[in-house]
Design a protein. Structure first.
Length: 275
C-alpha cells in the first residue's frame, strides 16, 4: 500500500468505528453529551458508515477528484467541530466537548496525510513528475494505425482541446509545430521519432499564452501490433506542476478533464482507422 491507500484505510477504520459506536451506544452518548433524546447520533452513525464505504472504494480506485472531495469533507468536519466548540449552541457538556476536540484532531491528521498522499498520486520514479497513460485496442495493422496517428500537423482535427495545429519547421525528430486553443497558443518540439513505432513532443510551457499551470509536459504516442488484425495505441503524458500545492488542488480537476479529452481523441482515431 502507498501513503494514500494507508491514510484512506485508516480513515475508513476510524470513521466506521465512530459510526458503529454512535449507533450502538446512542443513548449513552446522548447522556454523555447532555443533549435531549433524539436521532442525532443514529443519523450521524449511518452517515459515517456510508462515508467509510466511499473510503474503502477509493482505497482501490484512488481517483484524484474523489480523494480531494474526501479531504474537503474531513476539513468541513473539523471546521464544524471548531464552531461547536467555540459557540457551543447546544450546551454540550465538557466531556462531550473533549470528545469532539479529540475526534476533530484525528480527522485533521487524516486529512493532512491524505493530502500528502494525493500530492504523490500518478507520480512514478522521479519525484514531482507525474505520468498518466491511456491505451486503446483498435482493429487494424500497425501501419494503418501509424498512418493516422502520425499526421501530427492535423492533430487539431482529432484532439478536442486543440483548435488549430500546424508544422512550422523541420520533420520527424526536431520538428516544431504550433498549437492553439481559443486565444492561447504555444509550440511543441518533436524529441523522438521512430517510424511506425512511436513519437514524442515536448511542450514549450514557458510560452506567454500557454494556458496550463505546468512547468514541464511531454507526450509520447506509441503503436503496438497485437495480432495480424489488431493493434494498440498507447499515449503517455509526463508532466510537472509549477507549484507543489497544485498537485493537491489542481491535479484532480486536471486529470478528470484530461481523461475526457484523451478518450475523445482515441474515439476519433479509432473511428478514422476502423471506418
Amino acid at each position: 500500500m502507498n501513503t494514500l491507500q494507508k491514510s484512506l484505510t485508516a480513515n475508513a477504520v476510524f470513521s466506521s468505528t465512530c459510526g458503529i459506536i454512535s449507533i450502538l451506544f446512542k443513548n449513552d452518548l446522548e447522556h454523555l453529551f447532555g443533549i435531549a433524546s433524539n436521532s442525532t447520533f443514529l443519523i450521524l452513525g449511518i452517515l459515517l458508515l456510508i462515508f467509510a464505504l466511499t473510503l474503502v472504494i477509493e482505497v482501490k480506485k484512488q481517483r484524484a477528484l474523489s480523494v480531494l472531495w474526501i479531504i474537503i469533507q474531513d476539513l468541513l468536519w473539523v471546521i464544524g467541530s471548531a464552531i461547536l466548540l467555540l459557540f457551543n449552541p447546544f450546551d454540550i457538556t465538557t466531556e462531550g466537548q473533549v470528545i469532539i476536540a479529540i475526534v476533530a484532531f484525528v480527522v485533521l491528521q487524516l486529512a493532512f496525510v491524505q493530502a500528502r498522499g494525493l500530492a504523490r498520486i500518478d507520480e512514478e520514479h522521479t519525484r514531482g513528475l507525474k505520468v498518466i497513460r491511456f491505451s486503446r485496442t483498435v482493429k487494424g495493422t500497425r501501419r494503418e494505425l501509424w498512418d493516422v496517428i502520425s499526421d501530427v500537423g492535423n492533430y487539431h482535427q482529432v484532439a478536442p482541446n486543440i483548435d488549430n495545429s500546424k508544422i512550422i519547421s523541420g520533420e520527424r525528430e526536431g520538428m516544431v509545430r504550433s498549437c492553439s486553443h481559443g486565444k492561447d497558443s504555444w509550440t511543441e518540439t518533436c524529441t523522438l521519432w521512430e517510424n511506425e513505432k512511436q513519437y514524442a513532443f515536448e511542450v514549450n510551457t514557458k510560452a506567454p499564452d500557454y494556458p496550463y499551470p505546468l512547468k514541464f509536459l511531454k507526450g509520447t504516442w506509441i503503436v503496438n501490433e497485437l495480432t495480424s488484425s489488431e493493434s494498440e495505441i498507447v499515449m503517455i503524458f509526463e508532466f510537472e506542476y509549477k507549484k507543489a500545492l497544485q498537485n493537491i488542488l489542481v491535479h484532480p480537476l486536471m486529470t478528470y478533464k484530461f481523461t475526457k479529452v484523451c478518450k475523445a481523441l482515441l474515439d476519433n482515431w479509432q473511428h478514422m482507422i476502423e471506418k
